[in-house]
Design a protein around this ligand. Structure first.
Ligand SMILES: Nc1ncnc2c1ncn2[C@@H]1O[C@H](COP(=O)(O)OP(=O)(O)O)[C@@H](O)[C@H]1O
Ligand SMILES: [Mg+2]
Length: 267
């Protein structure tokens, strides 16, 4: 798979390195994230954690959708605050729930993803998207809203890749998908990372996500509680006890397992 590499007009090229230090963010007076520090280097970094931990809030803060405090650097330069500037800087987000235009075709959705590109560039990028996602080529004229969940997620990822981001953020790409589609979507994330786009992915499919990721973080109650090499993290006590069960086998859906956790008394 060949991903179309960013052109010079977007000011991109080097592999993206995201550094977050002391990040706080929330909604109005409610602070959800407290002093979060993490980084996403070239490759695939996954953020795990139970429902309500603040994973989506983190991606929103990194995309300028909510205000943030703290330091966020992309290749050692402070990330802008406004979403459109962040996008222009080469950061793309596939939000939870995909947010496709259901009444528009696959092709039209992809064209919207290329809004920053000049007119001459767009068809090249579309052709590239269809090369990377052959399944979508067959469905170019289908209304996005009539596709399966997995196919829609694929369109959302392809649309985000239209802007040739240097940093791609994915919020639970496998949410609600059948196991085969989960594997396919996580495989796509891996291939995008292999082709040079830094990927920061939120997931609740703990075992599968750690199997494709290079590094990972565990976020609980707005704070990072564990981090490290994905293979080591998969064997760490935090992940084994909380998410995978003692045998390292996902005995039940990770989402249920996480929801069933007993709340810890505040430290
Ligand atoms: N728009 C919002 N306004 C107020 N609180 C919110 C909003 N969105 C999320 N929250 C709260 O922020 C916390 C973290 O939510 P979220 O980032 O969506 O968690 P996760 O993605 O890890 O499941 C939760 O307590 C949630 O209720
Ligand atoms: Mg979320």
């Amino acid at each position: 798979m060949m991903w179309y590499r960013p052109d010079q007009s977007l000011g991109q090229g080097a592999q993206a390195h995201l550094q977050v230090r002391g990040l706080s963010a929330g909604y109005g007076p409610v602070r959800v994230l407290r002093d979060v520090s993490l980084e996403a280097r070239s490759g695939l970094t996954v953020i795990l954690g139970p429902n309500g931990a603040g994973k989506t809030t983190l991606l929103k803060a990194l995309n300028g959708l909510i205000p943030r405090q703290g330091e966020v650097l992309l290749n050692r330069e402070e990330l802008p605050e406004k979403t459109h500037e962040i996008v222009r800087d080469g950061v793309a987000l596939v939000a939870e729930g995909r947010q496709l235009f259901g009444q528009m075709t696959v092709l039209e959705n992809l064209e919207l993803g290329g809004w920053l590109l000049n007119k001459a560039e767009r068809p090249r990028r579309i052709a590239q998207a269809f090369e990377n996602f052959p399944k979508l080529k067959e469905r170019a004229t289908q209304l996005a809203g009539t596709m399966s969940g997995g196919e829609q997620q694929m369109v959302a990822v392809a649309r985000a890749m239209m802007s040739a981001p240097r940093l791609l953020m994915l919020d639970e790409p496998s949410l609600g998908l059948a196991p085969k589609m989960v594997d396919e979507l996580l495989g796509i994330a891996r291939r995008i990372a292999n082709a040079g786009t830094t990927v920061l992915m939120v997931e609740q499919n703990v075992k599968k996500a750690l199997a494709v990721a290079d590094r990972g973080y565990v976020l609980e109650r707005g704070q990072i509680v564990a981090s490290g090499d994905a293979r080591l993290l998969a064997r760490s006590s935090v992940v084994l006890e909380a998410y995978l069960g003692a045998e390292g086998v996902e005995t039940t859906d990770a989402r249920d397992a996480m929801q069933r956790r007993k709340p810890r008394s505040p430290s």
